[in-house]
Design a binder for this molecule. Structure first.
Ligand code: SF4
Ligand code: SF4
Ligand code: FES
Length: 260
């Protein structure tokens, strides 16, 4: 159920700490959301100034520099620093994206960094993905077959069949799209959201999968699929250039075709 006001303990109240840099010619200020569940305090924004001549070019470089040199308690997820693992998804100046592929120079003015919106926060920039992963598990994201594998070998695809997975298999489950989707903000308890629906379509589009009927049965529901109102925020923010709204539209088309 949607709530329209922040709970009291989520409001940003304490004055944050400010860390300045001296003698730098290219100073960049970062305003970063901080929340420590063990402190008993409300969230705050801390500001950190960095000398860009002493820092790598990406937002993740800045976060790593702050953690290494200024405040080791700053908490965020990262792994590959190549836009592959999806760990460093966060909101930068109001737009969701990957910190490792977002250039500092592309962001204007003071850079405000917060966790992905509308998710519970575990600490600082780390959101709780438990519900998102449970929704992912609910679509059974693996190849399901009813027949035995032909002549004991792998199931083959033609190049054309394989092409149908382009634009789908590249999803890194970063949740930038789902947490930018207004329908997901208000109905994430029941609506699967763009990331999970794109993944669901990835299996519907796979010529080797033999459970399309069961998969469609599971999606045919007023909330799970049909809360998408084609607002397109999902396609606008996807750091891999994917279009979940199109995958959702294809799924709806499959449902219409099977009902005809
Ligand atoms: S197109 Fe659908 S899934 Fe994408 S942001 Fe809009 S409502 Fe959400
Ligand atoms: S569709 Fe794009 S934004 Fe959404 S989870 Fe996959 S990679 Fe991330
Ligand atoms: S660190 Fe892996 S996607 Fe950014």
């Amino acid at each position: 159920m949607a709530t329209f006001t922040l709970p009291k303990n989520s409001k940003i109240t304490p004055k944050g700490k400010a860390h300045t840099v001296q003698g730098a010619s290219r100073v960049q200020k970062f305003r970063i959301y901080r929340w420590d569940p063990d402190s008993g305090q409300n969230p705050r924004y801390d500001t950190f100034e960095l000398d860009l001549d002493q820092c790598g070019p990406m937002v993740l470089d800045a976060l790593v520099k702050i953690k290494n040199e200024i405040d080791p308690t700053l908490t965020f997820r990262r792994s590959c620093r190549e836009g592959i693992c999806g760990s460093c998804s966060m909101n930068m100046n109001g737009k969701n994206g990957l910190a490792c592929t977002t250039s500092i120079e592309d962001l204007k003015g003071e850079i405000r960094i917060t966790p992905l919106p509308h998710m519970d926060v575990i600490k600082d920039l780390v959101p709780d993905f438990s519900h998102f992963y449970a929704q992912y598990a609910s679509i059974r994201p693996w190849l399901q077959t009813a027949t035995t594998t032909p002549s004991g070998k792998e199931r083959l695809q033609t190049p054309e069949q394989r092409e149908k997975l382009d634009g789908l298999y590249e999803c890194i489950l970063c949740a930038c799209c789902s947490t930018a989707c207004p329908s997901y903000w208000w109905n994430s308890d029941k609506f699967l959201g763009p990331a999970i629906l794109l993944q669901a379509y990835r299996w519907l589009a796979d010529s080797r999968d033999e459970m399309a009927g069961e998969r469609l049965d599971q999606l045919e529901d007023p909330f799970r699929l049909y809360r998408c109102h084609t607002i397109m925020n999902c396609a606008n923010v996807c750091p891999k250039g994917l279009n979940p709204a199109k995958a959702i539209a294809e799924t709806k088309k499959m449902l219409v075709e099977r009902a005809a």
